[in-house]
Design a binder for this molecule. Structure first.
Ligand SMILES: C[S@@+](CC[C@H](N)C(=O)[O-])C[C@H]1O[C@@H](n2cnc3c(N)ncnc32)[C@H](O)[C@@H]1O
Length: 315
């Protein structure tokens, strides 16, 4: 039996095109990070998580491996584990046994990749009640009724919360609290650490992160019919200390004119398109954010270096 997959607000090509063209014409130009995740982008992200320089995935995995039983003892009863930005679903799957998960809801914007991930999961966990939800939760976390009644354990690992500026992170967490229906949130948060460690994680010598970043232009080419040439752009990533965030950009290596139906923009050599922010938090500041969002009974676990934290918070 195929896992059930429902698509909320099926991707509207004209809305995506308008959003992309607005970003390309803005000053500075910007593309929302959700456009990284076409089918190839999702696979490139999975490859990034294998890189020795990309500490977040393995550090977070080690925290879960070490503390999953302790987390399980603190969890409230929940009807479903809801994975926000589930990707290949592997992180959640490692917790099914320890957390006694009976119903798993994988939410992701990248629907084709989600379908493949759920097919794999179906074979590995034939008795699990599985539901896929194709949803863009960046503007509103509005889970469909099919997710079901009762308290939910919302799972938001990988420090994806770092893609939101602090005020937007607060707004998102408030929505997550409502969506949990009295359950809890289990969330991974990347912490401030030495700059060389941070910058290597987002600019690896093999160039996988650069490929992930530049692949965005292929996606934009498809969705907005903008005639980007990939060889005109290079990957740039650095830590912005004042904002406590890694920034990723695409930088024009020469004077470039990008055209699309009905418009065009010139980028001088060195001009940038901002493609991602990844905010790095301090433990106390993130705890205060959860508190402001209305969560209580906070617990957290970190690795030995305090590079990464997992918070459990009651909704
Ligand atoms: C950085 S990956 C994390 C994947 C996995 N949860 C992990 O921690 O390794 C982000 C995932 O979130 C999904 N995603 C990104 N933006 C999204 C959005 N606005 N709405 C829903 N899913 C989104 C992507 O397709 C991708 O699978």
């Amino acid at each position: 039996m195929q896992p059930r997959l429902i698509q909320v607000d099926r991707a509207d090509p004209s809305a995506s095109r308008d959003e992309l063209l607005r970003g390309l014409q803005a000053d500075p130009a910007a593309i929302p990070p959700k456009y990284f995740y076409d089918a190839l982008g999702a696979r490139l992200f999975a490859a990034i998580t294998e890189l020795p320089e990309y500490y977040p995935t393995r550090t977070e995995a080690a925290i879960f491996a070490r503390h999953a039983e302790a987390m399980a003892r603190l969890l409230p009863a929940f009807a479903a584990l809801v994975d926000l930005g589930a990707g290949n679903c592997e992180k959640a799957a490692r917790l099914f046994a320890a957390f006694g998960v009976r119903r798993y809801v994988a939410v992701d914007i990248s629907v084709d990749y989600l379908r493949e991930s759920l097919d794999v999961l179906r074979h590995q966990h034939p008795r699990l009640d599985l539901l896929g939800v194709g949803l863009d939760f960046s503007s509103r976390l509005d889970l469909p009724a099919a997710v079901g009644e009762g308290p939910r354990l919302l799972f938001y690992p990988g420090s994806s919360i770092g893609n939101f500026a602090p005020a937007d992170a607060l707004a998102f967490l408030r929505q997550a609290r409502a969506a949990a229906q009295g359950g809890a949130l289990l969330i991974g948060v990347d912490l401030v650490k030495p700059v060389d460690v941070l910058e290597a994680a987002y600019d690896d010598p093999l160039g996988v992160t650069a490929a992930f970043n530049r692949n965005l232009l292929r996606h934009v080419r498809r969705v907005a019919s903008a005639d980007f040439s990939l060889t005109d752009w290079r990957h740039v990533a650095f830590f912005n200390d004042a904002e406590s965030r890694i920034e990723m950009h695409l930088e024009a290596v020469r004077d470039v004119a990008v055209r699309w139906p009905g418009g065009a923009r010139r980028f001088a050599a060195g001009a940038r398109i901002h493609t991602e922010n990844s905010y790095k938090w301090r433990l106390a500041d993130f705890a205060a954010l959860l508190d402001s969002a209305g969560f209580g009974d906070l617990h957290h676990w970190t690795d030995d270096n305090d590079w990464f934290a997992v918070f459990l918070a009651r909704a």
